[in-house]
Design a protein around this ligand. Structure first.
Ligand code: ASP
Length: 450
């Protein structure tokens, strides 16, 4: 796909975009509307409504039941029912044969037959595999088995050879449908990315074919400036950089899988998040560099559930290896850290409560012994809030707006870290103040028209 590569759009459709025949028809219209949409990456059928179950979850339920030699008939018939209904409604062949094969492998698993193919990942990947076959049939496109082209290395990371294999396979005219979420490991077994990983497959395919654009079709019209559960009706983000989106994703804005950026960022391929149910909405574009007119702040993201370990030691700045020893203690307890704001004689290590749970006493005891601090305290129930915007640290008044808003709202700021990345201001507040703080910051920037 060399000469024509400027003309290729890789379009990835998520589970809700493909949850039933009606949704798949919308997808077919979207694909047909632009001849450049040549590589279509699909998820397994997702939820049709709030009460519904994702096919991937049903597959995993089957696997767990079979592995424990329990009956898996019920979830299996739900899976079969989902694909049957879609195939019949769309007028394409049903998937009787591959589903029967899967049932056979499940039976082997339940019987303790070690020759079964049905590992947990193999089962989870069936959802995308079946759906890609069905959709390829409906779109009259070529089905590309991901197991042949997407490879993982010994450490379980994407193997770079995948790019060449995909490029080779996706050569020439026509349209291709590629199942997302899985590939094959170094030993030849089917292996999946983490949940939501079809987004990653889409990014890998985009890079492999040198696409001009990677479209990620989902059920929302792009990223929002703040969590809509906290801020009423937040504005959507028109344009955001890869770096900014990393900061926002890291704090829990889960429209995109957090690993999705890496394959496309290096190749400079923009990502466009679009809504299958409102294809006319502009959505959010993720680019290398954004237009300054968007304003200094693109989003406000945050989360509760952190603890700060505060360590004070006189002349800490002169003690060679102090930070190394402090972090070494966390390493021994297998605890990652989020941030380390520090001062001349003190540092705070912010860790998530989830990682610290059950290990706090041991960690503190070790810190007392090894670091011999003058003061050692933990502050639990902390929320972190990131106000994100590339280059904002150079702008006069951004920090003043954040702190002015928090002061006016009566929120006590417990920690400040204007990150080295110059991409945002991170503050820590008491968990109880979290929502009030996010609303205050959002409102302040909204007023300032950014
Ligand atoms: N079907 C998989 C999941 O539910 C992967 C995906 O949809 O991206 O996690």
């Amino acid at each position: 796909m060399t000469d024509e590569s400027e003309n290729i759009i890789v379009a990835k459709f998520g589970g809700t975009s493909l949850a039933d025949a009606g949704q798949i028809r919308k997808v077919a219209d979207i694909v047909a509307a632009d001849a450049r949409r040549r590589c279509i990456v699909v998820s397994a059928p997702g939820k049709r409504d709030k009460q519904d179950q994702k096919v991937t979850d049903l597959l995993l339920t089957c696997w767990h039941l079979a592995a424990q030699k329990l009956h898996y008939r019920e979830p299996l018939s739900l899976i079969r029912g989902r694909y049957d209904a879609i195939a019949r409604d769309l007028g394409v062949s049903t998937l009787d044969e591959p589903i029967a094969e899967m049932e056979c492998e499940l039976r082997k698993l339940a019987d303790g037959d070690e020759s079964t193919l049905a590992t947990r990942d193999w089962m989870a990947a069936r959802g995308e595999y079946f759906h890609a076959r069905l959709i390829a049939d409906f779109l009259r496109a070529t089905f590309v088995p991901a197991g042949e082209c997407v490879r993982f290395d010994e450490e379980g990371r994407l193997a770079p050879v995948s790019y060449a294999l995909l490029a080779e396979r996706l050569q020439g005219p026509g349209r291709y449908v590629i199942p997302g979420f899985y590939g094959r490991d170094a030993a030849g077994r089917i292996k999946t990315f983490s949940r939501g990983g079809s987004d990653i497959t889409g990014a890998v395919v985009a890079r492999a074919v040198g696409a001009s654009l990677y479209e990620n079709w989902t059920d929302v019209s792009g990223l929002l400036m703040a969590d809509p559960r906290v801020v009423e009706n937040p504005r959507s983000i028109a344009e955001v950089t890869y770096r900014e989106v990393r900061e926002l994703a890291y704090m829990g804005a889960n429209v995109l899988h957090e690993e999705v950026i890496f394959p496309v960022r290096e190749a400079g391929i923009p990502i466009q998040i679009k809504n299958t149910n409102a294809p006319g909405d502009p959505g959010t574009r993720i680019v290398n560099r954004r237009d300054a007119t968007e304003g200094p702040v693109v989003g406000i993201a945050g989360r509760t559930g952190f603890t700060a370990i505060f360590i004070e030691k006189w002349r800490m700045n002169q003690e060679v290896g102090f930070g190394h020893r402090a972090l070494g203690i966390l390493l021994r307890h297998n605890i990652p850290f989020e941030h380390i704001p520090s001062a001349i004689d003190s540092m705070s290590i912010i860790v998530s409560e989830e990682h610290l749970a059950g290990r706090e006493t041991a960690v503190l005891r070790e810190m007392e012994r090894i670091l011999e601090p003058n003061r050692l305290e933990t502050h639990a129930s902390l929320a972190l809030i990131a106000t994100v915007g590339e280059g904002m640290n150079h702008r006069v008044g951004v920090a003043a707006t954040v702190f002015g808003a928090l002061g006016a709202a009566g929120v006590n700021v417990r920690m400040i870290s204007q990150g080295a990345s110059e991409i945002g201001i991170l503050i820590g507040v008491a968990a109880g103040d979290y929502e009030r703080a996010v609303r205050a910051i959002y409102a302040a920037f909204e007023r300032a028209g950014t």
